[in-house]
Design a protein around this ligand. Structure first.
Ligand code: NA7
Length: 532
């Protein structure tokens, strides 16, 4: 029997849980379908050693309940995955969300029917219908394996960081190869290098890593953070990227070099995203200033890595500072001083194939027991594209996006009435604090549904014109930013399908402007959206 609900939410991660909470609060009979065997989304799947927040725990947590903030204690400034997963369970229990979540339910098809209802079908044949569908499928969910010849042939253990098993993996004495050097790889390398018999790091592009400076939260800090929670969330609403680190009010240009250098050192010592997001106001626009921060960091790498040749390989050459998300590190660079860690530069010698026994680069073959793929995701569109989504007239989302993704505000697509994506392409969440954006967007979506109910509307759908305009506005938001010059990153869908690749997938206008636009659209009776 096909059950009918008021709303169906796809995904039980940070935004899915919050959607469920808000929709139930509004009185909507809501069902969540979650692919994992547990809730948590990103924090369920990415359970590799070393996985943790790259933003401060108390800025990432939910802000909607003072009671929740009071009851939950974060043990570290940047909490690790097990604690985050426990937090999300705590939230789900506290607000009685679990009875409404179906686990192990990967959605395969989402179809809009003539009677203005959506039918959702899972891979194992479960079906449900609802007037509203909310895709809370995350930004970085569709993990990707490289397409090297022989990936399937490897006889040892193959692991992707975003599909990490629940049991502990023993790396001791093993020959481990890791492909990738993004934020995920940096976290796991720091954690397993000491344990592995030998760790081979296959690096294609070095990144500008900045120190995380994680530490326990002591009781006094705990009290202070709780007392200042509302103030912290307010700051996150005002800063460009929604974190505590707001950019410096002055440009670096014009400040004497010695003063600039001291400022970089201060931010380097502060940790987290301070150096990236708390820097001079022209760090994202002035190539000289960004280049100088890069020079500052290169110097640190040379100081910390014993072998000069290895240090040079670890210094990014293809992009300047700040144009990609900076991995937060503890002692990443020191790992390369270990005798049991080797760095393989794939720019010099690319991987030619994966064999039954290991990885081949040019003429060299390295025998391995384990291969770890820290190779990232088909960002933003990947998870939506993995489902078959059919809107009005049976038109598929794939067809709709055949010439690149188009959205209005990153949350709706024309021809797909009453369907919302919490963090779809063209929202600012990727530079930004994801929970803060998720809360903003869910509140907007639920506010829109409330408005419809109060005013007798059955459906809401973005107009094609508004969708076109928002998509263009996202591309325009890039103008003048150095990020535009570094298209080889998931900000531009580097791992995505051909029709997506090379398109800017975010909105780079910053959180305050984004929030203002959302509020304005709602205040104008959902301007750009057709209410029927
Ligand atoms: P990222 O940042 O997309 O990094 C993926 C890494 O994998 C990156 O170093 C890639 O090199 C590398 N990669 C991808 N495909 C290949 C192939 N085929 N061969 C060699 N190397 C490859 O993903 P993460 O999981 O690290 O981080 C994602 C976000 O999660 C991060 O921004 C934080 O917000 C949390 P490339 O740079 O493409 O040369």
């Amino acid at each position: 029997m096909t059950q009918t609900y008021d709303a169906i939410v796809i995904g039980a991660g940070v935004s899915g849980l919050y959607s469920l909470y808000r929709l139930r609060e509004l009185g909507l009979d809501t069902r969540v379908f979650e692919a994992g065997t547990g809730l948590g989304g990103t924090w369920y799947w990415n359970r590799y050693p070393g996985a943790r927040f790259d933003s401060e725990s108390y800025t990432y947590q939910y802000s909607f309940s003072e009671e929740l903030i009071d009851e939950w204690e974060w043990s570290e400034h940047f909490a690790a995955q097990p604690e985050i997963e426990r937090y999300l369970h705590f939230v789900a229990d506290k607000f009685d969300l679990k009875p409404h979540i179906e686990l192990n339910a990967r959605v395969a098809t989402v179809r809009y029917d003539d009677d203005k209802h959506w039918t959702v079908e899972t891979e194992d044949g479960r079906r449900a219908r609802a007037r509203f569908v909310i895709a809370a499928t995350g930004l970085l969910s569709a993990h990707q394996l490289p397409d090297y010849e022989g990936v399937e042939d490897f006889a040892g253990q193959s692991l992707h960081t975003a599909r990490w098993p629940k049991e502990t993996i023993d790396f001791s004495g093993k020959r481990v190869g890791i492909i990738g050097s993004g934020p995920t790889a940096v976290q796991i390398i720091q954690e397993i290098a000491a344990e592995a018999g030998h760790l081979f790091v296959f690096q294609r592009t070095a990144n500008w890593c900045t120190p995380l400076r994680n530490r326990p939260i002591d009781p006094e800090e705990q009290r202070d953070l709780k007392a200042r929670a509302a103030e912290i969330f307010e700051i996150c609403k005002r800063t460009f990227a929604g974190f505590l680190h707001g950019e410096h009010s002055v440009p670096g240009e014009g400040v004497p070099k010695v003063e600039r250098w001291a400022h970089y050192q201060e931010l380097y010592d502060e940790g987290g995203f301070a150096l990236w997001l708390g820097n001079y106001s022209d760090t994202f626009t002035n190539a000289e200033i960004a280049g100088e921060v890069a020079e500052f960091l290169a110097e640190k790498i040379r100081e910390r890595v014993d072998d000069p040749e290895t240090a040079e390989k670890l210094i990014p050459k293809s992009h300047t500072f700040g144009t990609k998300r900076c991995p937060g590190e503890r002692d990443y660079y020191e790992q390369f001083n270990r005798d049991n860690v080797s760095l393989i530069d794939l720019r010099a010698t690319p991987i030619t194939r994966i064999t039954e026994d290991g990885i081949e680069t040019g003429d060299t073959h390295r025998d391995l027991d384990v291969i770890i793929y820290a190779t990232g995701f088909q960002a933003l569109t990947g998870e939506l594209m993995r489902m078959d989504i059919y809107g009005e007239g049976g038109r598929s989302l794939r067809e709709h996006w055949s010439d690149g993704p188009k959205t209005n505000l990153g949350i709706q697509f024309s021809g797909f009435p009453n369907m919302f994506a919490v963090l779809g392409p063209h929202n600012p969440a990727t530079f930004c604090n994801i929970t803060r954006c998720a809360e903003n967007n869910v509140d907007w979506i639920v506010g829109c549904i409330r408005y419809m109910r109060e005013n007798g509307y059955e459906t809401v759908v973005t107009t094609a014109e508004a969708e076109e305009a928002w998509t263009q506005r996202c591309y325009d938001s890039l103008k003048g930013l150095l990020i535009e010059q570094m298209q080889d990153s998931w900000f531009f869908g580097t791992n995505n399908d051909e029709n997506i690749r090379g398109r800017f997938l975010l909105f780079a206008g910053g959180v305050p402007l984004y929030r203002e636009i959302f509020a304005d659209v709602a205040a104008k009776g959902y301007e750009g959206f057709e209410l029927r």
